[in-house]
Design a protein. Structure first.
Length: 353
């Protein structure tokens, strides 16, 4: 189970006779490992708080449980409430596919013809717990059976979530894809495919906001905003999502390039930034661009962008080298030389789109 922690704990409801309370507590002890690992949560009627309406509380948990354990004994079958209320409702939910019912045979009793007699019971061969030579052995067998049922349920949950995730991707519903991807990653945090696709959803959410056609000679792109949106707030949200994308998929060159562009936007347009902070942003942007080139060294626009940055800091030789490499890789632009007021030559770049 350590390899498949749950999206959220599987809720177990224990239906039992109070005369079997001691056996119930022994079973809960054997389930403690699953509970401590946050794989399951358990509930029974002794957890009803003072002043609560016990029937409503039981109904609420009975209707929300993922797995319902029926702790079978003669006292359980003799109880009108256990038999006619809890057992009946449990089997209704089982037959509707809303929950799984697992009978646990505590003490020997004839249960032929009961609503649950078609279900696989625990322990092994439905041998009552009290008739095993070692009771811990019997309850450990019950716990293993419950663990197996929980694992099956978790796999079903993940398959359902993954199907919804794929649908959200197809519909380009990026907020929903992000939410579903993060839920899946709680269960399989190391699954690289899900990490990469969730990271892409974070980035795709904002791609339409980048206007690279507005690139100026220093490589600044513009961020499109909608009516009544504050550019600073949008930039903060984009930066947050990009950072999460990079954490999920740190070796994606395009993510580094986009974060480079975003950092230049922040440096250029946000007011109130100290000179030291602008310098830090420029260094961080350059580091992202360098990493993008390292990861995908045959991408022309990365060299063009680095050429603009080098040109901006008067590294004319480096700029010309990068522009030449961009051109070799198929990047289409025009170089124009002009003189600055102080008489130094610089390079201006304009894309031909």
């Amino acid at each position: 189970m350590a390899s498949l922690p749950p999206v959220e704990p599987v809720e177990l409801f224990l239906s039992y006779s109070h005369k079997d309370e001691a056996l119930r507590d022994e079973l809960l002890n054997h389930l403690a490992v699953l509970k401590r690992q946050h794989v399951i949560s358990t509930w029974h009627d002794r957890e009803i708080g003072a002043g609560r309406e016990w029937a409503n509380e039981i109904d609420e948990h009975l209707d929300s449980a993922d797995i319902i354990l029926l702790l079978i004994s003669s006292d359980f079958l003799a109880s009108d409430y256990c038999h006619d209320i809890e057992l009946k409702r449990a089997m209704e939910r089982h037959d509707a596919g809303e929950a799984r019912v697992i009978p646990v045979i505590l003490r020997r009793v004839d249960w032929t013809g009961e609503l649950f007699d078609r279900l696989q019971a625990l322990p092994k061969d439905a041998k009552p717990v009290t008739e095993w030579p070692n009771r811990d052995q019997a309850l450990a067998d019950v716990a293993r059976g419950i663990r197996a049922a929980v694992e099956e349920l978790l796999v079903e949950r993940l398959e359902t979530l993954f199907g919804k995730f794929c649908k959200a991707e197809a519909l380009r519903n990026w907020p929903n894809a992000i939410s579903l991807g993060e839920r899946i990653l709680k269960s399989v945090p190391g699954r690289q495919e899900i990490r990469s696709r969730t990271a892409a959803a974070y980035v795709n959410r904002w791609l339409s906001r980048f206007d690279e056609s507005s690139l100026d000679t220093c490589g600044h792109a513009e961020i499109r905003t909608k009516r009544r949106e504050q550019e600073s707030e949008i930039i903060d949200r984009i930066a947050h999502d990009f950072d999460r994308a990079m954490a999920l998929d740190p070796d994606n060159a395009e993510f580094h390039y986009l974060r480079f562009s975003l950092r230049l936007v922040v440096r250029q347009h946000q007011s109130g930034i100290q000179r030291s902070e602008k310098g830090r942003l420029e260094k961080a942007a350059f580091a992202d661009l360098e990493r993008a080139i390292e990861l995908r060294p045959s991408t022309a626009k990365y060299y063009a962008a680095r050429g603009r940055m080098k040109n901006n800091i008067d590294d004319e030789e480096g700029a010309e080298s990068d522009f030449r490499r961009a051109r070799e890789l198929g990047y289409r632009f025009r170089l124009t030389l002009y003189l600055r007021s102080e008489g130094r030559k610089s390079i201006s770049v304009r894309n031909i789109e």
